[in-house]
Design a protein around this ligand. Structure first.
Ligand code: ZN
Length: 352
């Protein structure tokens, strides 16, 4: 995918830079993980510091000092998950800020205008996310509103060079998902996201939704699975045709002393690592892997801030290495073997 700030090789994983920073990691450290594109959160940045401040300071790229491609979400998921007392009408969403409780509105047109002020390379349409499980009528209602809002977002887009992606909703229901995908494809977006997953359904249910939704989206355009996920979710979704991912898991888990490795996740607070002289992974080039597991464990036990920083760096590097491996395997036509070998080394049953 070519953007105004460079090429993104697919499949790709985007670290999440919620508030204009990937938590705990400098831009140079982030670049060293081989991240190509980062995600910024419209909801957070519009509440604080406000898109006007970001725009005045040169746009999100200059503001956070990240020279590469940036995708911004629309705020739909955060309104669903973070805001309080959200009310959705046809016009848009009205909610209370989770920061100071003030009443804020967000319409499809405002979601576009905020992302244009932030100046991201890829903007997302505003969607209506509902919790799962839910009544089929409520899921259909939100899906149909998502399509109407997608059309309003498309019609409101003005910024040259900023691509816009539609978002497929429809819960776990096959006919709703396909209907939504077909209507969005008619609107001709630059790419398509599959939203409303990772909201309480099982991994098996998510894979089933991907299995019937991905084929309804154009092969020649990026297909983005929002907010997912674990390493096994990424490889399974790639096998089903997904190109793009974002997730807080590498950084959030890193801050909580969990390291992703080819042996599966290591919980560094465990006593077994107290005298372990080995790095997290011998083949990993990251800054954390210059140290022993025993030292990293010590940092967490002593409450030193370097522990969460180093583990975030390692996990981000692990995800990028996993995706680079997937790209190489795809180009050499051995992706199934690559996925099976990783699943085996993690001890994850196939299909989970
Ligand atoms: Zn490492």
């Amino acid at each position: 995918m070519l953007t105004p700030h460079g090429l993104v090789e697919m499949p790709a994983f985007m670290p999440v830079g919620t508030q204009g920073t990937v938590k705990g990691v400098t831009v140079e450290q982030l670049q060293a993980t081989a991240a190509q594109m980062v995600l910024g959160n419209t909801y957070h940045l519009s509440l604080r510091p406000g898109e006007g401040v970001v725009e005045e300071l040169g746009g999100l790229h200059a503001f956070m000092g990240w020279p590469g491609p940036i995708l911004t979400d629309s705020g739909g998921f955060q309104i669903f998950s973070l805001a309080q007392m959200t009310r959705i009408s046809e016009e848009g969403a009205v909610f209370r800020s989770h920061i100071d409780g003030r009443l804020v509105s967000l319409s499809p047109e405002q979601a576009v205008a905020i992302q244009e002020a932030l100046g991201s390379d890829v903007a997302m349409v505003l969607d209506h996310v509902v919790a799962l499980p839910n009544e089929l009528d409520a899921i259909r209602d939100a899906m149909e509103r998502t399509v109407r809002w997608a059309r309003r977002c498309r019609d409101a887009a003005r910024r040259a060079g900023q691509a816009q992606f539609g978002i497929v909703q429809g819960g776990l229901d096959e006919s709703l998902r396909i209907e939504c995908a077909e209507q969005l494809v008619e609107l001709d977006f630059a790419g398509y996201a599959i939203g409303g997953l990772s909201v309480g359904e099982t991994p098996g249910e998510m894979y089933r939704v991907l299995d019937f939704t991905v084929p309804a989206l154009p092969r020649g355009k990026p297909r983005y699975l929002m907010g997912v996920g674990r390493p096994q979710d990424l490889l399974t979704a790639i096998g089903l045709g997904v190109d793009l991912f974002d997730c807080v898991m590498p950084t959030r888990n890193g801050r909580n002393a969990l390291a992703f490795t080819d042996e599966g996740p290591l919980r560094l607070r465990n006593r077994q690592f107290e005298r372990d002289p080995r790095p997290l992974e011998t083949a990993c080039p990251c800054a954390a892997c210059r140290h022993s597991r025993g030292y990293l464990r010590h940092l967490f036990m002593a409450g030193e801030m370097l522990g969460p920083i180093l583990l975030s760096i390692h996990n981000l590097t692990y995800y990028q290495r996993l995706l680079a491996g997937a790209r190489a395997a795809i180009s050499e036509d051995r992706f199934s073997d690559y996925r099976l070998a990783k699943m085996q080394s993690w001890g994850v049953p196939i299909g989970m």
